[in-house]
Ligand binder design. Sequence first.
Ligand code: DQA
Length: 157
Amino acid sequence: MPRTPANAPIMILNGPNLNLLGQRQPEIYGSETLADIETLCAKAAAAHGRTVDLRQSNHEGELIDWIHEARLHHCGIVINPGAYSHTSVAILDALNACDGLPVVEVHLSNIHRRESFRHHSYVSLRADGVIAGCGTQGYVFAVERVAALAGAVSTEA
Ligand code: DQA
């Protein structure tokens, strides 16, 4: 298994259309932006001695490249794959290559109360935990869970 640095950041990955948070269907996704989520997550991570590395892409391959990066350089992954949750075997495969790395999947909306095509997530087959329907607070829960699973930050040199 690849060894990540003891004080490695938490990777927070966001899939397609999440760059439009705050403008996109606010009745479903709320009025907060990705920048607001980054602030919330950084605060939650700091309480565990961790930092966050938040990224967003509308491109499946770029998300996969970032999962490969997290495999080597991050202590865990929080991922909102957006619509790729319901379609992407490739993202599932990338996560399955991250042996032992904590992965928590988050959805702002409660996908189980929405259209039936949103009820299934490929990513859930690998995720250690799944949070849906808690809005931006779900990201905070996910960061706390990844930090707990990743363990204490070492202060040793
Ligand atoms: C989402 C739910 C998905 O079904 C949708 O395609 C998204 C956002 C959520 O955060 O609720 O883009 O992942």
